[in-house]
Design a binder for this molecule. Structure first.
Ligand SMILES: CC(C)(COP(=O)(O)OP(=O)(O)OC[C@H]1O[C@@H](n2cnc3c(N)ncnc32)[C@H](O)[C@@H]1OP(=O)(O)O)[C@@H](O)C(=O)NCCC(=O)NCCS
Length: 132
């Protein structure tokens, strides 16, 4: 399970939906047959293509996120994607730093964007990267 508030069944259902819709590209990072990270590009022509990604907690800080994002940008550039965007919780220092490294810049601040199961909602930062 990559994200603590999402159950394994929910995650499996989401993957099936993503893969069957034909509107998404999913990059997987695995080692010894174990999934350690994933990145989804939700294709958005003519809107920006939105990305979301996660690395298994035990595999963080070993370059998996950087590798996934690098491949995603290469794929986007090779396929004529004009703009990538990501919504990241405002307190998510890791994702903000990683996206900034790849040229994503802040375009907006989204209040109460992500509902929490425990109640309430988290603010998010909208980041984007326009192709050269
Ligand atoms: C964000 C996330 C994907 C990073 O994955 P990762 O594999 O640990 O990242 P990397 O090892 O490739 O790190 C690349 C760079 O990101 C930054 N970074 C990563 N983790 C960080 C942390 N905890 N604090 C600050 N910066 C961090 C650093 O600049 C790092 O470079 P360095 O290790 O050379 O200093 C991972 O923390 C994660 O899955 N978080 C939960 C899900 C999430 O936040 N998804 C993104 C929003 S859609």
């Amino acid at each position: 399970m990559l994200v603590s508030e999402i159950s394994r069944d929910e995650r499996r259902d989401r993957f099936h939906y993503l893969l069957e819709s034909g509107l998404n590209v999913v990059l997987l990072a695995e080692t010894d047959g174990r999934l350690v990270g994933e990145l989804t590009l939700a294709l958005g022509n003519p809107n920006p293509t939105q990305i979301g990604f996660g690395v298994h907690p035990q595999w963080r800080r070993r370059g998996v996120g950087r590798m996934l994002l690098g491949h995603a940008i290469a794929w986007a550039d090779a396929n004529g994607i004009h703009k990538l965007s990501a919504e990241v919780m405002s307190h998510n220092a890791a994702a903000l730093a990683l996206l900034g490294e790849f040229g994503f810049v802040e375009e907006g601040y989204l209040v109460n964007q992500f509902r929490r199961k425990a109640g309430g909602a988290n603010d998010a930062v909208l980041l984007a990267r326009t192709a050269a």
